[in-house]
Design a protein around this ligand. Structure first.
Ligand code: HEM
Ligand SMILES: [Cu+2]
Length: 563
């Protein structure tokens, strides 16, 4: 009961010893896996650059498998566990429930992740992240993922337990903050996700051991995507919680409407899982009714939730900035935002990139009819690098810049470089996303070692010459993104090792912005509109969306002539 805690001199937050140690351990391990996965990403990108074509085929598929798992599973989920403990123990000022279990979960995750890297490196598990049966990997591959998932599940339960403890011990008043609410959303979806993962991976493990005769390929995909898609929704909920947190930290912004934002989080829980069907749009054996209902109708309810967050987060920032006096014109609030502070710039690039590149391409791809244009092409990784990399990864990076001084009491090193890092990574990745989508639009397949089809024994197909150019441009963007990613790992690990120690006195510069008083909000905006800048951006968004949507139907219409 009387666990040790320290009160952060800069933020007033309470750090209980066990929660603090677990947050640190999970976050540090996460960054290490990001580094490992990023290096594999470099190899993959250089291989897909026709003029470089770095790796031979066996190594390409090995690298692609290792890349996907290390970044999308290990980096993201370790970091999310850190976020869950932060949003429960630290934000609610409560001790962590069952720290021993939390460490056991961490141990399982670590063993799973290391074992997975080992077995992938042996070359006996180059089945890529989705590991579609009947492609078969070494049993240790499935076992390692199951261990990792069980560990993560324990982490979720410790999170829920901590909410219960905080409530029982009355460590906070009223209801939990929106950020914690977002984390709760993420954790609820995580439980569903991990259970789906177990339902599919356990029989697959038994099959690879020879105890089960076969795994139905369609059933595998159906259930696997219950896991694969939902896990992306954990990421989205978590990174949106991070956006809200950063808006509060950097600007003292408060949500425009708590109720609306909470409803939007709730809509994720209600509607996101059914969007899993967008991964089956080209599958035979799944009915059109099923596909269309889940993707072209129900999915939009989840998309709407994301658009609500995409509107209220910048809206709350705009309102707070205006309340502080930056009330001129449409965009003074944005122009005079702290663009040199990576906590803000990373978060804002994450928001815009996620919305414009990830969101628009996702909805377009999620329509059954136009999906066929880009199904299984490079468009797909183009889309999800905008969501999981610009969206989630960059948001987590931004938060890390804030967490290092607060949590580790170390100053960030190489500050001028840190100010550039989100731009290098964000714009590099925007290039990756756009050029991959471009190549995909020309029909270049994803997960393909060689678009000239050498070694296929007679397959001939010529892609438009522009495909080569797009892949070369992608290669250059990969280099830029890798420099940005490596810089992040260097700055963070370097700060932990060599950053100036801050001790327990208050830092000279404030690490959390003051909240403008309610009166300051009176009369802000232009005319009767309080956040005209955000509304303008929203209109630009909708117009881009509509135009791009139309263009794709036009492409589709041109595929088959009628006469
Ligand atoms: C410097 C960073 C990165 C670079 C250069 C990079 C590049 C690439 C490239 C070129 C592909 C291959 C597309 C194909 O041939 O199908 C790929 C696949 C992929 N990337 Fe990345 N990426 C990076 C970071 C990330 C991050 C941070 C994530 C997740 C958070 C991620 C998730 C994935 C996934 C899941 C795949 C698909 C693997 C598969 O098809 O099984 N990437 N990446
Ligand atoms: Cu999905």
């Amino acid at each position: 009961m009387n666990e040790q805690f320290r009160t952060c001199p800069d933020t007033g937050l309470k750090f209980f010893a066990s929660a603090e140690a677990l947050i640190k351990a999970n976050a540090v391990v996460a960054v290490v896996f990001l580094l490992v996965g990023g290096i594999w990403g470099l190899f993959v990108g250089l291989t897909r650059w026709p003029a470089v074509h770095l790796l031979p085929p066996d190594w390409f598929y090995l690298a692609l498998t290792a890349h996907g798992l290390n970044v999308l599973i290990f980096w993201i989920i370790f970091f999310e566990i850190a976020i869950l403990y932060f949003c429960s123990s630290v934000l609610l000022g409560s001790r962590l429930a069952a720290p021993k279990f939390a460490w056991a979960g961490f141990g399982l995750m670590l063993v799973g992740a290391v074992l997975n890297n080992y077995i992938v490196l042996t070359g006996e598990a180059s089945v890529m992240m989705t590991s579609y049966a009947p492609m078969e990997a070494h049993p240790l591959f499935y076992l390692s993922l199951i261990l990792f998932a069980v560990g993560a599940l324990i982490g979720c339960f410790v999170f829920f337990g901590t909410l219960v403890v905080a409530r029982a011990e009355r460590t906070y008043e009223g209801s939990v903050s929106l950020v914690t609410f977002g984390a709760i959303t993420a954790a609820i979806i995580a439980v569903f996700t991990i259970v789906s993962g177990a339902i599919i991976l356990i029989p697959t493990l038994l099959w690879s051991l020879g105890f089960i005769g076969e795994i139905d390929a369609l059933a595998y995909r159906l259930i696997w995507w219950g896991f694969g898609h939902s896990s992306q929704q954990i990421n989205v909920s978590a990174h949106i919680a991070v956006w809200y947190a950063i808006a509060a930290i950097v600007f003292g912004a408060k949500p425009m409407s708590e109720k609306v934002s909470r409803m939007a989080f709730l809509m994720y829980i209600l509607f996101l899982q059914i969007a899993s069907a967008h991964h089956l749009l080209a599958d035979p054996g799944v009915s059109s009714e099923f596909k269309m209902f889940n993707t072209s109708y129900a999915m939009y309810l989840a998309v709407m939730a994301s658009m609500v967050h995409g509107l209220t987060v910048p809206g709350s920032i705009e309102a707070a900035q205006r309340a502080k006096g930056l009330n001129n014109g449409l965009f003074e609030w944005l122009r005079r935002a702290p663009w040199g502070n990576p906590v803000f710039s990373g978060m804002f690039i994450s928001l815009v990139g996620f919305g414009f590149l990830g969101g628009i391409s996702g909805v377009v791809m999620g329509v059954e009819q136009i999906n066929i244009l880009m199904h299984n092409t490079l468009y797909v990784p183009g889309h999800f690098h905008a969501t999981v990399v610009i969206g989630t990864t960059l948001a987590f990076m931004s938060l890390t810049y804030w967490l290092v001084p607060i949590l580790f009491r170390r100053e960030i090193i190489l500050k001028p470089l840190a100010a550039w890092q989100p731009y290098l990574f964000g714009f590099g990745m925007a290039g990756v996303a756009l050029f991959l989508m471009g190549a995909g639009t020309l029909g270049v397949p994803r997960r393909h070692w060689d678009i000239t089809f050498s070694m296929t024994g007679g397959v001939t197909h010529e892609f438009p010459a522009a495909a080569n150019t797009l892949l070369a441009l992608n290669g250059l963007s990969v280099l830029l993104a890798v420099v940005g990613g490596a810089l992040f790992c260097l700055i963070i690990v370097g700060s932990l090792l060599w950053g100036k120690r801050l001790g327990e006195q208050q830092s000279p510069e404030p690490r959390i912005a003051e909240v403008p008083p309610d009166e300051a909000y009176r009369g802000i905006g232009v005319g009767v509109i309080t956040v005209p800048g955000t509304l303008t951006l929203t209109m630009v968004f909708f117009i881009s969306f509509a135009v791009y949507y139309f263009i794709n139907w036009k492409y589709l219409a041109e595929t088959w002539g009628i006469s």
